[in-house]
Design a protein. Sequence first.
Lengths: 135, 135
Amino acid sequence: MAKIKKIDHVALVVGDIETALSFWRDALGLKLEHIQDAPREKSAIAFLPVGGVEVELVQPTSDDSGIAKYLEKRGPGMHHICLEVDDIEAMLTQLKEKDVQLIHKEPVLGDGGKKYAFIHPKAAFGVLVELYELP
Amino acid sequence: MAKIKKIDHVALVVGDIETALSFWRDALGLKLEHIQDAPREKSAIAFLPVGGVEVELVQPTSDDSGIAKYLEKRGPGMHHICLEVDDIEAMLTQLKEKDVQLIHKEPVLGDGGKKYAFIHPKAAFGVLVELYELP
């Protein structure tokens, strides 16, 4: 049976990373590791690691992205949590056997060789859950 | 300067813990540590620790609780993230100096001697943030 190892990150949607850093970095004191462009998701992401988990601030960089639509509809706030799994193929098989509704039925190959897949929030009681297998 | 040590937990609002466990425990395979009644918050909480962070499923046990109203208004989903801090008094002072809007201006004494305070979601760009100092 595939195993969840840890929470990899918690992703927060923000309208503007620099403005949101006034709270997360300047007031709370979290360290900004770096800001990265994510053209595939039409967004920019700020990484603030704390105790082995990343807080990620995700800002849409295009009005037609999924993140931009989410922000327009729901406003800024928590977007998803990402769980690191030891074997993503085995986990997706396990979830399909239990009829868990998936956004990605097969892993998607992401930057740096990591594999990811999203579980549908309907299956996770309103929570958007991402699965990661790191290379 | 007070320091955030880690994410202590991510709290998810659910209508019914037993039903939600069909996903979080039975499909994903997270371990249910225990379910605890939280009469102060008029809720029950299931604790599913993973990699040093707790996933908490919070179910209202009374229709007039804050959690019940949240659930009615927004549906199930992510509710708040809790950050462990080394010195909560110093952190609250630091936040007040930066005009961060707080729900609790002073720490509240919780179960087992832990101290907690909530930051207003307006200050945290739509995210409800709890601070913990463990005894």
